[in-house]
Design a protein around this ligand. Structure first.
Ligand SMILES: [Ca+2]
Length: 101
């Protein structure tokens, strides 16, 4: 029986492969694959509709080795950044709650 953190890690890997396998290199996300993944799997990350320039900026930030694809290592760094953002949000909320008491 899988526990939540192990399940979350498995979801990170399987989600990456679900999109990376669609076209071209099966183990890397192309720009189109990354865009589809962000839109469908991280809708709250895309709270406002991202325009092409913003998406291009994210793509070039993530593509550390500049091969125009996002491999799993690059994707994992991105997820870590998103997780840190969630952690900051959680900490802010928690501090607000504590101040009210
Ligand atoms: Ca890359």
């Amino acid at each position: 029986m899988a526990v939540p953190l192990e399940q979350a890690l498995a979801v990170m890997v399987s989600t990456f492969h679900k999109y990376s396998a669609k076209q071209g290199d099966k183990f890397k996300l192309s720009k189109a694959e990354l865009k589809e993944l962000l839109t469908k799997e991280l809708p709250s990350f895309q709270s406002k509709q991202m325009d092409d320039a913003e998406f291009q900026k994210i793509m070039s930030d993530l593509d550390v080795n500049k091969d125009n694809e996002v491999d799993f290592q690059e994707f994992a760094c991105f997820l870590a950044c998103v997780a840190m953002g969630f952690n900051d949000f959680f900490k802010d909320q928690r501090q607000k709650q504590l101040r009210k008491k």
